[in-house]
Structures are given as structure tokens and as C-alpha cells.
Design a protein around this ligand. Structure first.
Ligand code: SAM
Length: 290
């Protein structure tokens, strides 16, 4: 008799999702975390870090498109992009779809995540790893931003785990102060800020921190099915005003100029603009409402 093997996500102590495992593909204890990759029935291959869903083949397009295309098209002429975390390579692939990007630096603390993603989730990054514009560094994001040159990046994308363990440093004053220093005058930073319905303080606390160093702080949402609890919120902090309210016709023209028309399954100019219109239960966590 086969016994069904269910994996319960460990994110919340009293609520969560579970997956019926078709086949386990990898189980590694790296220097930083437990890494599990398995074949699911409904969502393709799934990566868990310390028991928390990081990415699934089934819905990664939602999160990666919104974490990438929104800041790059809000900026309008990003050439140098810094990616922190994102070891699966999905953000890197989408950054490189923008023809005006000349350099994409990706700093991932855990080389095992990159190795296992290349082996078991090759479709997430595609050939981004070998793009001549890509510079992949295995290291701590906080160390990288400490050493990076002033005004050297137009957009910073923080695709980290939650603020526990190795990810915690990416939600600190020091991290955001250095982000402000290394961003160009028109620069902006976005970062995953959890699911506010369940992770009440992540957006609130990090928005207050970002506002100390970068003047125009907001957020936008994406509906990622396997980030359970409703909208996933992405923090947004820009040195210039108005980047969270770029007119839809401008966004549409920039997407065409960047070469991403027809490459998306979630992002559209309408979704881009609409994502910044937050329901009150989320907007209440932002500095303007705080
Ligand atoms: N989409 C996921 C989410 O929203 O939770 C994140 C996916 S990605 C796999 C998260 C990555 O952040 C992991 O590979 C982890 O190793 C990396 N990470 C965590 N802390 C880091 C740090 N201090 N510097 C660089 N990368 C870090």
C-alpha cells in the first residue's frame, strides 16, 4: 500500500497549506538552511527553505514578474540592477528581458540554492545564468551593499526570505541606509514584504525603516497563490516622487521599448497601475497612514 506523503508548510504555527508530494527531488542541509525540492501534483516543482514555500513552477511567474517589471518600468531607464537573494534565478531572468539593462548583479548567500535550482528548477532561470550582463555572487547581501560604490545602481530588488535567520539583516536600518547610498538619484528599491493578512508587522516595520533613508515609500500587491493569506505585498521606496503613480500610457510605452511585450502572464500595464491601489487593511501599514 502506498502511503501518501504530505508536506506541511511551517510558516504559521496554527494555519497553513500542505502539498501531496509526487516525488522528492532534493533534501539538503546547507550552511544556512534546510533546502527541499519536490514534485507536486498541482504546482509543478516546489522549493522549500526551512519548511517555507519559496517558489513553485506553477505560480512563480506572478511574483517574479511583479517584483521585476514594476520597479524597472517605474524607473524607466534602469541600466544597473542589483538583486539580493533570488537564488532560483527567476528575478535575474526577467531583469535581463529588459533590453536597456546593461548589468544585473545578483547576490545570493547560499550557493546550494543556486546549485539545486540549476539542477532541479532549470526553467525558472532559463539561460540567465550565462547572460554576459549577469554577475552572480555568492555572498551576504548586507556585506555587498556595505562595500558597493555610491550611486552605482538604478534599481535594487530584494527577493529574500522573511526577516528570520539569514534574511533578517536585509530588513535593517543599516541595509536600507546603504541601499539609499548606492542608488542613483532616480533610483528605487523594492522588496518582498510578506503577506500582511498574516505577517502583520513586516510591511509596517520595514516601511518605517525605509522611510528613514528613502523619501517616497509605498507598496504594491500581487496575488501569489502559494504565498497563502491573500495579497503578497512588495515594499517600494523611491528617491523621486511619483514613481508609484506613473501614467499607464507611459508604462505601456516603456514596456514596449524594454522589449517585454508578450512575455508576461500576470503583469500588464493595467495590473501595474492597479497594484498600487491598496485595500485599507494593507494601506494602514504605510508611513502616510501610520
Ligand atoms: N520568493 C521568496 C519569498 O518571497 O520568500 C524568496 C525566494 S529566494 C529563494 C530567497 C533567497 O534569499 C534564498 O535563496 C536565501 O538564501 C536568500 N537570502 C536570505 N538571506 C540572504 C542574505 N542576507 N543575503 C543574500 N541572500 C539571502
Amino acid at each position: 500500500m502506498t502511503t501518501d506523503m504530505w508536506v506541511n508548510e511551517t510558516l504559521y504555527p496554527s494555519w497553513g497549506q500542505r502539498f501531496l508530494v509526487k516525488r522528492e527531488l532534493a533534501r539538503v542541509r546547507s550552511e544556512f538552511q534546510d533546502i527541499v525540492i519536490f514534485e507536486s501534483h498541482e504546482h509543478g516543482r516546489v522549493m522549500l527553505l526551512d519548511g517555507v514555500v519559496q517558489i513553485t513552477e506553477g505560480d512563480e511567474f506572478v511574483y517574479q514578474e511583479m517584483l521585476t517589471h514594476v520597479p524597472l518600468l517605474a524607473h524607466g531607464s534602469a541600466a544597473n540592477v542589483l538583486i539580493i537573494g533570488a537564488g532560483d534565478g527567476g528575478v535575474l531572468r526577467r531583469v535581463l528581458q529588459h533590453r536597456n539593462v546593461t548589468r544585473a548583479v545578483m547576490v545570493e548567500i547560499d550557493g546550494e540554492v543556486i546549485r539545486l535550482a540549476k539542477e532541479f528548477l532549470p526553467g525558472i532561470a532559463g539561460d540567465a545564468w550565462v547572460d554576459p550582463r549577469a554577475h552572480v555572487i555568492v555572498g551576504d547581501g548586507i556585506d555587498y551593499v556595505r562595500r558597493a560604490t555610491d550611486a552605482s545602481f538604478d534599481v535594487i530588488i530584494v527577493d529574500s526570505t522573511d526577516p528570520i535567520g539569514v534574511g533578517e539583516v536585509l530588513f535593517t536600518d543599516e541595509f536600507y541606509e546603504n541601499c539609499a547610498r548606492i542608488l542613483t538619484v532616480g533610483g528605487l528599491v523594492v522588496n518582498q514584504c510578506g503577506v500582511p493578512f498574516m505577517q502583520h508587522d513586516e510591511l509596517h516595520d520595514t516601511s518605517i525603516r525605509r522611510a528613514r533613508f528613502i523619501p517616497h515609500v509605498g507598496a504594491y500587491v500581487a496575488a501569489v497563490p502559494t504565498y497563502v493569506g491573500g495579497y503578497m505585498t512588495l515594499g517600494f521606496a523611491a528617491k523621486q516622487p511619483g514613481l508609484d503613480a506613473v501614467p499607464i500610457e507611459t508604462i505601456r510605452a516603456r514596456a514596449t521599448a524594454a522589449g517585454i511585450d508578450g512575455l508576461t502572464r500576470y503583469w500588464t500595464p493595467q495590473i501595474h497601475v492597479g497594484a498600487f491601489h491598496l485595500p485599507p487593511y494593507i494601506a494602514q501599514h504605510l508611513p502616510g497612514a501610520i
